[in-house]
Design a protein around this ligand. Structure first.
Ligand SMILES: Cc1cc2nc3c(=O)[nH]c(=O)nc-3n(C[C@H](O)[C@H](O)[C@H](O)COP(=O)(O)OP(=O)(O)OC[C@H]3O[C@@H](n4cnc5c(N)ncnc54)[C@H](O)[C@@H]3O)c2cc1C
Length: 449
C-alpha cells in the first residue's frame, strides 16, 4: 500500500520545490493545488510554478546575494533552478525565463515523478500529519481564515508596507547623525537632516515620481501607518514634515540647530549593518526610489538592499511562530514555506520550500532538523526572518547586509566576492557533514530534473 507521507499545500514555486525534494529522497508526496478549480486573483493558468508577474529571477551574478542563493540552490539539487536554467532567455546579468516553458516543464517534471500525486483541490484546513504549507501571498480566503484561527488573530498579515533598507556603510556619517528624538532611547537612529530648500525639492521629486500601478485586485485602501509617502506628499507639501520626516527633538550637531526635516534610519539587524527608512513605504518604481531617495542628504551614495513597496501579500509573523527549520514552534509536524513565511521573491520562496523539504525528510527519518550556516544566503535569510527579537516584522529578500560581517575591512565588490566564497565553502561543508545531497534518481530518463 502506498502511503502519503507528506502533504504539500500549494503548487507554486515553494510547493513544487518542496514536493520535488521530498520525492527525490524517496518520500511519497501529496501535492495539493487549488487551481484551476479555485483561481487566485493573479494566476492565469493551472500550471505549477506559474510566475505571476516578472519573468526574471533577478541577478545571476554572485555580486548580488540572490545570485549566490541560486548557486546554493543548485548545490542542493533545486528543481526550480534546473528548470529555470533550461528555459532561460537572454537577460544580461539576470536569470530570466520563458515563463510559458518554465511552468510547462516544471509541471511536467513534477507530475511525472512516481512519488508525487498532484491533487487539484482547495484545502480549507491544515492537513493532519506531516505537512508543508506553501499557499503563497494569495492564499485562499478560507485557508487564510484557518491559518488565522490556528496561529492567532494578530499573526497573519494581508499587506506589505515595506520601507527601503540601506546598508549602514553606504550612509554618509559626516552628514547623518546618531540620535533619538528628545534623546530618548540613546543614539538608536541615524538622522538625515534636510534644510527647507532640500525638503521642498525632495517633496517635488516625490510628487512627480513614477509609481507602480495598483493591480485591480489590490484593494487600495491605505490605513494609518501604512500610507505611501507619495500619497502623503500629495495631501500637502508639509504633510511629511509633520509625519515621518518631523524633526522634533533632534539637534543636528553640525549646526547646533533643529533641521527643517529629517529622515530617520532605524537599525534593522543586531549587527547594525542594515538601516530601515522609517515610515518610507512607497509605490514609486524602483529606479525612481533610487533617484529620489539619493536626494536625501547623507543618502547620496546609499546602497539599497531592499526597496519600498506596498502590495497585497499574505504572510505570517515568522519571528513569533517559526523555528529557523521552518517548523511551527508549537506544532513541529507543520512546516511553512514560500512567500507565506515572509521571504520576498521567486528565488527566496523556492529556497524556503527546499529547506522545508530537507527538514521534513529529516522528520520522516527521525533525524534532527537542520539550519544552513548563517554565512550562507539561505542561512542568513532564515535567521533574519525567524529572529525572535524582531519587532514590526516585514518580508525580506536575500541580500548581503544579512550576512555576519567578515573579519577584514573590504568593501563593495571585494567584500561581496569574499562573502560568496565563504558561503560556498560553508555550504559545501554543511552538505557533506549532514549528507544532505541524496543520490539523484532517474525520472523518466531525464536525470535529476
Ligand atoms: C501580484 C504579485 C506579483 C509578484 N511579482 C513578483 C515578481 O515579479 N518577482 C518576484 O521575485 N516575486 C514576485 N512576487 C512575490 C513572490 O515571489 C511570488 O508570489 C511567488 O510566486 C511566491 O511563491 P510561493 O510558492 O510562496 O507562492 P505561489 O507561487 O503563489 O504559490 C502558492 C500556490 O498555492 C495555491 N493555493 C493557495 N491557497 C490554496 C489552498 N487553500 N489550497 C490549495 N492551494 C492553494 C495557489 O493557487 C498557488 O499556486 C509577486 C507576488 C504577487 C502577489
Amino acid at each position: 500500500m502506498v502511503r502519503d507521507l507528506v502533504t504539500v499545500v500549494g503548487g507554486g514555486l515553494a510547493g513544487s520545490e518542496a514536493a520535488w525534494q521530498l520525492a527525490r529522497r524517496g518520500i511519497p508526496v501529496r501535492l495539493v493545488e487549488m487551481r484551476p478549480l479555485q483561481p487566485t486573483p493573479a494566476h492565469q493558468t493551472d500550471r505549477l510554478g506559474e510566475l505571476v508577474c516578472s519573468n526574471s529571477f533577478r541577478s545571476a551574478s554572485l555580486d548580488a546575494a540572490v545570485g549566490l542563493l541560486k548557486e546554493e540552490m543548485r548545490a542542493l539539487g533545486s528543481v526550480i533552478m534546473a528548470v529555470a536554467d533550461r528555459t532561460a532567455v537572454p537577460a544580461g546579468s539576470a536569470l530570466a525565463v520563458d515563463r510559458e516553458r518554465f511552468a510547462a516543464e516544471l509541471t511536467a517534471v513534477i507530475c511525472a515523478h512516481p512519488e508525487i500525486t498532484v491533487v487539484r483541490q482547495e484545502l480549507t484546513a491544515l492537513p493532519e500529519g506531516l505537512a508543508i504549507v506553501a499557499t503563497g501571498p494569495l492564499t485562499s480566503p478560507t485557508m487564510s481564515r484557518c491559518l488565522q484561527q490556528r496561529l492567532g488573530e494578530g499573526y497573519l498579515y494581508f499587506y506589505d508596507a515595506i520601507a527601503p533598507i540601506v546598508t549602514g556603510e553606504s550612509v554618509d556619517h559626516d552628514i547623518a547623525f546618531a540620535a533619538s528624538r528628545y534623546g530618548k532611547g540613546g543614539a538608536d537612529y541615524l538622522n538625515c537632516p534636510l534644510s527647507r530648500d532640500e525638503y521642498y525639492r525632495f517633496i517635488d521629486a516625490v510628487r512627480s515620481a513614477d509609481t507602480v500601478p495598483t493591480k485591480a485586485f489590490e484593494r487600495c485602501v491605505y490605513f494609518e501607518g501604512c500610507m505611501p509617502i507619495e500619497e502623503m506628499a500629495r495631501r500637502g507639501p508639509d504633510t511629511l514634515a509633520f509625519g515621518p520626516m518631523r524633526p522634533v527633538g533632534l539637534i543636528d550637531p553640525r549646526t547646533g540647530q533643529r533641521p527643517f526635516a529629517a529622515v530617520q534610519l532605524r537599525r534593522d539587524n543586531q549587527a547594525g549593518t542594515l538601516f530601515n527608512m522609517v515610515g518610507f513605504q512607497t509605490k514609486m518604481t524602483y529606479p525612481e526610489q533610487r533617484r529620489v531617495f539619493r536626494m536625501i542628504p547623507g543618502l547620496e551614495h546609499a546602497e539599497f538592499v531592499r526597496l519600498g513597496s506596498l502590495h497585497r501579500n499574505t504572510f505570517v509573523n515568522a519571528p513569533r511562530l517559526l523555528q529557523p527549520t521552518l517548523q511551527l514552534i508549537d506544532h513541529p509536524q507543520t512546516f511553512l514555506a514560500g512567500q507565506l513565511i515572509g521571504v520576498e521573491g521567486y528565488v527566496e520562496s523556492a529556497a524556503a520550500g527546499l529547506l522545508a523539504a530537507i527538514n521534513a525528510s529529516c522528520v520522516v527519518q527521525g533525524a534532527a532538523c537542520l539550519v544552513p550556516p548563517a554565512t550562507t544566503a539561505l542561512g542568513a535569510l532564515v535567521r533574519y526572518i525567524t529572529d525572535r527579537s524582531r519587532r514590526d516584522f516585514q518580508p525580506m529578500n536575500a541580500n548581503y547586509g544579512l550576512f555576519p560581517p567578515l573579519p577584514g575591512r573590504e568593501r563593495g565588490r571585494d567584500k561581496r566576492r569574499r562573502l560568496a566564497e565563504r558561503a560556498r565553502q560553508d555550504l559545501d561543508a554543511w552538505i557533506a557533514r549532514h549528507a544532505i545531497e541524496p543520490p539523484l534518481r532517474q525520472v523518466g530518463g531525464a536525470g535529476s530534473a
